[in-house]
Write a protein that binds this ligand. Structure first.
Ligand SMILES: *[C@@H]1O[C@H](CO)[C@@H](O)[C@H](O)[C@H]1NC(C)=O
Ligand SMILES: *[C@@H]1O[C@H](CO)[C@@H](O)[C@H](O)[C@H]1NC(C)=O
Ligand SMILES: *[C@@H]1O[C@H](CO)[C@@H](O)[C@H](O)[C@H]1NC(C)=O
Ligand SMILES: *[C@@H]1O[C@H](CO)[C@@H](O)[C@H](O)[C@H]1NC(C)=O
Ligand SMILES: *[C@@H]1O[C@H](CO)[C@@H](O)[C@H](O)[C@H]1NC(C)=O
Ligand SMILES: *[C@@H]1O[C@H](CO)[C@@H](O)[C@H](O)[C@H]1NC(C)=O
Length: 452
């Protein structure tokens, strides 16, 4: 995941000196294709059983060779080109010759080998003196060869690893002192040694766990550079287990994502995180958020809160008092009612999405304090009218009620005739449920004719 940032960065910024649009020699034959502007070969999902014969070509190359049927990377397989990135994921590779990457030892910085059949970290990897990032997850590799890791230890910063065949935390990871990003996939062991991440205290910035069976985390205390945390599909990890790992707080935390972990509440890991900017919670059976999860100290930069597909039945009161949030989404959950206090402390709210909730009641006194709200999405709810509370919002530009059973009649919408401060450019999206008309047309054509 995080390695993709690195990949993206390299593609955009590092490829030097290649004039745009010139006719390069494409080093791989059809069905492989070369990019028009950059030294990149696209050859994904072409049924290749081996790396095709290479034609010599200048430049610093990226080869996309994933999702083929390649089993073996042969000796000196890439001689003739200088590689910067080599993508070989999702093949059937079970062996790589020791000198497979000859010619690219001082240029290859990103190597993707995930979802292959490697039982051991290939010696060829140890020849890559500039290697910054490697993806190894989904290979039946129990640990990593110490001698290979030692060769790349000074440059390697991003590692992505793990499979069901990894019986425990790979102890040889200790030979990679410069890691700033660790992604762990699919491991079935229940815990990681508590001090496993201590050696990365100064520099570890990204830590992600995907689809693991972990019940406990190693200590995250003291990881003062940790900025991004992502937990996805870790069904046995509880909110308490996560909270217990970060008791003294994570001072540099900026982005956190929880998705599909079976969390019934949010972990308390944000106490000392004044830089927290965005929190995303997707598909968790969460019913509430505890009062103490967002301490007053974290506020300053916290502007995005995205919650989708949960069991929340109301706006949690700790959310109502977050003063810096500008985009709040609590969608596809179980919220039936909005009360007058629900956004009372959220003075900077500019966009609010409540789409996909069974919302049928919205207090007339809601939205009293949120003057900057421009975009209000109430689509796919149970609302039968435009809630009168929208009169409280001075900056409102868009209201979306698509898919909500809005009754277009004077009884339901006649109140809008009295709305003196209605913004002139207000856009209303959605259709009337009772007549064949858009809500917008009904409001502009029929509402003025309603009796006072
Ligand atoms: C890939 O090769 C196999 C046999 O080698 C063939 O059956 C299959 O249709 C090929 N698939 C594609 C997408 O070319
Ligand atoms: C480590 O690097 C040295 C020098 O480049 C090389 O001779 C050796 O084969 C490498 N060892 C491994 C295990 O990759
Ligand atoms: C952490 O990163 C800094 C530079 O960002 C570097 O000087 C330092 O050696 C790194 N520390 C460790 C333990 O890798
Ligand atoms: C999750 O892990 C299981 C084994 O524990 C594996 O069978 C499954 O394919 C993995 N799913 C994903 C989405 O990685
Ligand atoms: C982890 O969760 C899976 C269900 O996702 C369950 O089958 C398994 O027994 C759990 N493992 C442990 C060690 O609790
Ligand atoms: C939100 O949850 C719904 C399921 O309730 C899902 O269909 C949708 O893709 C999710 N959206 C995002 C952005 O996660």
């Amino acid at each position: 995941m995080r390695i993709q940032y690195l990949t993206f960065f390299l593609v955009l910024h590092v490829n030097p000196c290649v004039p745009s649009g010139y006719d390069v020699i494409c080093p791989l034959p059809p069905p492989c294709e070369c990019d028009r502007d950059d030294p990149i070969v696209y050859c994904r999902d072409k049924n290749l059983t081996a790396v095709p014969t290479i034609t010599k070509a200048d430049g610093l190359w990226t080869f996309y060779l994933g999702a083929n049927q390649i089993r073996h990377i042969a000796s000196r397989n890439f001689v003739g080109v200088t590689l910067q990135m080599l993508i070989l994921d999702s093949n059937k590779i079970d062996s790589i010759a020791d000198d497979a990457f000859a010619g690219s030892e001082d240029s290859l910085i990103v190597l993707h080998l995930h979802y292959n059949r490697l039982q051991e970290l290939p010696v060829a990897v140890g020849s890559l003196r500039k290697l910054m990032g490697i993806n190894l997850q989904g290979n039946p590799m129990p640990d990593f060869r110490k001698d290979v890791l030692q060769n790349v230890s000074s440059s390697l910063q991003f590692i992505s690893m793990g499979s069901v065949e990894m019986p425990k935390w790979p102890s040889n990871l200790k030979y990679l002192p410069n890691l700033i990003s660790i992604d762990v996939y699919d491991v079935t062991f229940p815990s990681i040694p508590n001090d496993a991440l201590h050696m990365y205290k100064a520099n570890l910035s990204f830590f992600s766990l995907y689809n693991t069976s972990l019940k406990a985390l190693p200590s995250l205390d003291g990881l003062d550079s940790l900025g991004d945390l992502l937990f996805q599909g870790n069904k046995n990890l509880s909110a308490n287990a996560i909270s217990n790992a970060a008791r003294s707080g994570l001072p540099n935390l900026m982005h956190v994502t929880f998705q599909n972990n079976n969390l019934i509440t949010l972990p308390s890991i944000f106490m000392n995180s004044p830089k927290l900017g965005a929190l995303s919670v997707y598909s968790e059976p969460m019913e509430d958020i505890r009062e103490d999860v967002f301490s007053p100290g974290l506020s300053k930069n916290f502007i995005y809160l995205f919650i989708n597909d949960t069991r929340l039945t109301r706006i949690p009161s700790c959310v109502s008092s977050l003063p810096t949030i500008s985009r709040l989404q609590i969608t596809n959950s179980k919220i039936t009612e909005i009360n007058s206090e629900d956004f009372s402390g959220m003075t900077r709210l500019a966009s609010l999405y409540l789409s996909g909730n069974p919302l049928s009641q919205l207090s007339n006194d809601a939205f009293m304090t949120i003057n900057q709200l421009g975009d209000l999405r109430l689509d796919n709810t149970m609302l039968t009218t435009i809630p009168k509370a929208v009169q409280n919002i001075k900056a409102l530009q868009d209201i979306d009620l698509s898919g909500s059973p809005v009754e277009c009649s004077c009884a339901s919408l006649g109140w809008m005739k009295q709305w003196k401060t209605k913004p002139s450019n207000l856009q209303i999206f959605g259709s009337c449920a009772n007549i064949h008309m858009t809500i917008m047309s009904f409001v502009s054509l029929e509402v003025p004719k309603c009796a006072n």
